[in-house]
Write a protein that binds this ligand. Structure first.
Ligand SMILES: C[S@@+](CC[C@H](N)C(=O)[O-])C[C@H]1O[C@@H](n2cnc3c(N)ncnc32)[C@H](O)[C@@H]1O
Length: 228
């Protein structure tokens, strides 16, 4: 696993006890004193999680893929967003990306705005970004085509963090808890229109009649479809 925020090594020890002897822990902290927690199972890197170049410098030093990534660093909006942009691709399929202490999304001290009732939420916060993730997961329908005939996300989904870190292709589920977001990764396919296993009748209304079409279950399973 990778954890941003080593501090006094407390959580590193907790993860070691939770995951057991097989744990490979990679800790990141801006404070050089965190280096003292380096051990045979823990590797510590010193740097600023808000600096994209720092993440680039870790290429080849961190494993190519990790099971679990946890952002428990400085908790500012910039730090959380840059980290999500750069580190989400590190998590392997079936792995989990976690960002904690999301209460800072409501604090000006951490680069956000306080939530005012009816304001639609704090601008620029990680929580706001997390809410957008829900739209991204449904981007194929966001243009209003709920029957999804063209399998294309509309143009507003072609830019920003989620357009550049593999989110569309791999963000399988979002789990919101108080102050914590977990993103479970898996292979995510663009929706396909498949009709099978029944007759077609028109949807709703007194004029609903069978149009005479029988759909057979398709031979090709969704798993065999190519990645988009
Ligand atoms: C909440 S503490 C981590 C606590 C630790 N995970 C635990 O539970 O025992 C936050 C840590 O993030 C580090 N930190 C703060 N800003 C950072 C930054 N920009 N980049 C990397 N680490 C940072 C701090 O030095 C501090 O050690």
């Amino acid at each position: 696993m990778v954890e941003v925020g080593v501090q006094s090594g407390g959580s590193a020890m907790m993860w070691k006890s939770y995951f057991g002897p097989g744990l490979r822990y990679y800790g990141i902290d801006i404070n050089p004193q965190a280096q003292q927690f380096q051990s045979d199972w823990a590797t510590i890197f010193i740097g600023d999680q808000a600096d994209p170049a720092f993440w680039d410098s870790l290429r080849g030093k961190l494993p190519k893929e990790v099971d679990f990534f946890l952002d428990d660093g400085g908790h500012t909006m910039e730090q959380q967003k840059v980290t999500f942009q750069k580190a989400f691709p590190l998590v392997k399929l079936n792995g989990v990306y976690a960002c904690e202490d999301l209460s800072t999304s409501y604090s000006p001290d951490f680069g956000s705005e306080t939530l005012k009732p009816g304001s639609g939420g704090p601008k620029g916060s990680f929580i706001e970004l997390a809410k957008q993730m829900i739209d991204w997961m449904n981007c194929y329908f966001a243009g209003g085509d709920v029957l999804n005939k063209n399998m294309e996300c509309s143009s507003e989904f072609k830019q920003g963090i989620m357009a550049n870190n593999g989110f569309l292709e791999t963000a399988y589920s979002l789990h919101f808890y108080s102050q914590i977001l977990l993103i479970e990764k898996a292979r995510v396919l663009a929706p396909v229109t498949v009709k099978g296993g029944g007759y077609s009748i028109r949807y709703g209304g007194p004029g609903s009649v069978w149009d005479g079409t029988l759909y057979k279950t398709p031979k090709k399973s969704v798993e065999q479809l190519p990645l988009h």
